[in-house]
Write a protein that binds this ligand. Structure first.
Ligand code: NAD
Length: 527
């Protein structure tokens, strides 16, 4: 097994840079970088025991970004063992000190924001402005969770007995298994790893196999911020191998998982034998409601951003637009015109509006849904094909696609496509709109465009989603509010905000009797 020193410079680092983290942007090297990367275990960069690797490719060009260890169960076991040992010291590190490390991480992310965004647009494909937003979300989360180091509030309450003191406090749990998807390769790891750390847990992290380099840079910067060896470990690999072993490992009591509903069900089943705490953030089929009194220009802007941003690969993407019949034709024609103006291309090109989707399999799935929609009798208004052209042929590009006259029961209105496809559903009033919006298995995000405060409040109350926006699209969460969904989008947990702390801590109730005699709760009640 090859080992290298912990403070290994980044593949894209400025070799002359001083300090622990040397990650200055070297764009020209990125385009040609074909490097081999490692796991990070117990503060050392190591290969998989088997020496096997897999490659990460740029979805815009097909170029190889790098090769990564294809980790086996043994590699996972080694990382869990490192995280378990490190836990004993980390859980006793005062929470304010843990928070200070997160502040330093936030500063490092800020310094490296452009480098990470450029890397993201290459490895994951999203357009550069969105990539910067992805990194910014992690910066925000670092500072928010850093502050938790001086809060992590518990409760004090009166006792029912004299001379007795009651309080409840948050306790860390142990080793947290973090499994993330490809679509927010810096933001989502931050939503999980940073609250886990500030609460005193240690981490084994498996990034999506489509975006391993961003996962590796995330951990490299954490190490640079001062996270001690073993506290965060990264093991690269595939879900059914590396991910599965993390889920089943007996020394990993908490799994925090973001990904598809189908994988979430598997993860739940596989963790059930050990009664693990499994936190799931799964798919969405999010609706924008456009009422007859809506500002249509604003609505069109919100729909285009929510349906086609990140090429529709957001859990909160607006894949349904439920429109009052009185404005249906007008909205439809404006929307189609706006979609047809969008320029496809590599995310790093200044005039690109929509980047590629993540890989060929995704492209094929999206195209298969176009055929399903047409077979179901929906009207294809625009798009509906793989985008070709000189600069697009090497990548995975799909034309922004809009179906009209969609029935809410059609598969294209029920199933998550995870691509730049949206379905227009005509309705007669708000009640019908809400029924259609709620008539799905998912419950992540929703939005309503209306000028009527009564309609807005009814929608806020009745839409069965974890997040509802008024006069905005379905995307745009901020890190200090809870994030997550109802129904089959998850299993009742939330990430971000204070709610995240509940995933990563156990409540402990403490009773201190200073009466000097045995007082029996519920029995000595007469005094
Ligand atoms: P995915 O389910 O294919 O993979 C997610 C992660 O799980 C990857 O790291 C993968 O390697 C791993 N994995 C796969 N099989 C596994 C197994 N058996 N055991 C353990 N790990 C396993 O999802 P994806 O395609 O990367 O991401 C897209 C999905 O994520 C969409 O459904 C999207 O809605 C969802 N998502 C949800 C949220 C949210 O917060 N609700 C946010 C982003 C993405």
């Amino acid at each position: 097994m090859k080992r290298t020193r912990a403070a290994r410079p980044s593949a894209f680092s400025d070799e002359t840079g001083a300090g622990t983290i040397r990650g200055a942007v070297r764009l020209e090297s990125m385009a040609v970088a074909e490097k081999s990367f490692k796991n990070y275990v117990a503060g050392e960069w190591i290969d998989a025991g088997s020496g096997e690797t897999f490659e990460s490719l740029s979805p815009a060009t097909g170029e190889t970004i790098g090769s990564f260890p294809r980790s086996s169960a043994d590699d996972v076991d080694q990382a869990v063992s490192a995280a378990k040992s490190a836990y004993e010291e980390w859980r006793l590190t005062p929470a304010p000190r843990r928070g200070e490390i997160l502040f330093r991480f936030g500063q490092l992310l800020t310094e490296h924001k452009e480098e990470l965004a450029q890397l993201m647009t290459r490895e994951m494909g999203k357009v550069i402005a969105e990539a910067r937003g992805d990194v910014q979300e992690a910066i925000d989360m670092s500072f928010y969770m850093g502050g938790e180091g001086r809060r992590l509030f518990g409760h004090t309450t009166p006792s029912e007995l004299r001379d007795k003191f009651n309080m409840s406090v948050r306790m860390p749990i142990g080793v947290v298994g973090v499994i993330t998807p490809f679509n927010f390769p810096i933001a989502i790891p931050s939503w999980k790893i940073l609250p886990a750390l500030v609460c005193g847990n240690t981490v084994i992290f498996k990034p999506a196999n489509d975006t391993p380099l961003l996962g590796e840079r995330f951990v490299e910067l954490l190490a640079g911020a001062g996270v001690p060896a073993g506290v965060v470990n990264v093991v690269h690999g595939f879900g059914g191998e590396t991910g599965d072993r993390i889920v089943r490992h007996p020394d990993v009591p908490v799994i925090t998982f973001t990904g598809s509903r189908e994988t979430g069900v598997q993860v739940t089943k596989n963790g059930a034998d050990l009664l693990k705490r499994v936190h799931l953030e799964l798919g969405g089929k999010n609706a924008i409601l456009v009422m007859e009194d809506a500002d249509l220009d604003l609505a069109v802007e919100g729909i285009v951003w929510s349906a086609f941003g990140t090429s529709g690969q957001r859990c909160t993407a607006a894949s349904r637009v439920i429109v009052h019949r009185r404005v249906y034709d007008d909205l439809q024609s404006r929307l189609v015109a706006a979609a047809e103006r969008l320029r496809l291309g590599a995310g790093w090109e200044a005039d690109t509006d929509v980047g590629p989707v993540i890989n060929r399999k995704a492209l094929e799935k999206i195209d298969a849904y176009t055929k399903i929609g047409a077979d179901e009798g929906a009207r294809l208004l625009t798009g509906g094909e793989v985008a070709t052209g000189e600069s697009l042929d090497a990548g995975f590009f799909y034309r922004p696609t809009i179906f009209g006259d969609v029935d809410p029961k059609m598969r294209i209105a029920q199933e998550e496509i995870f691509g730049p496809t949206t379905a227009l559903i005509p309705v007669d009033d708000l009640d019908e709109a809400i029924r259609a919006a709620n008539g799905i298995r998912y419950g992540l995000s929703s939005s309503i465009f209306t000028q009527d405060v009564n309609r807005a409040f009814r929608a806020m109350r009745d839409l069965e989603t974890g997040i509802t926006y008024v006069n905005a699209g379905t995307i745009g969460a901020e890190v200090h509010l809870p994030f997550g969904g109802t129904k089959e989008t998850g299993n009742g947990h939330r990430e971000a905000g204070q709610a995240a702390l509940d995933v990563f801590t156990e409540w402990k109730s403490l009773y201190v009797d200073y009466s000097g005699r045995l007082q029996k709760a519920q029995i000595d009640t007469t005094e």
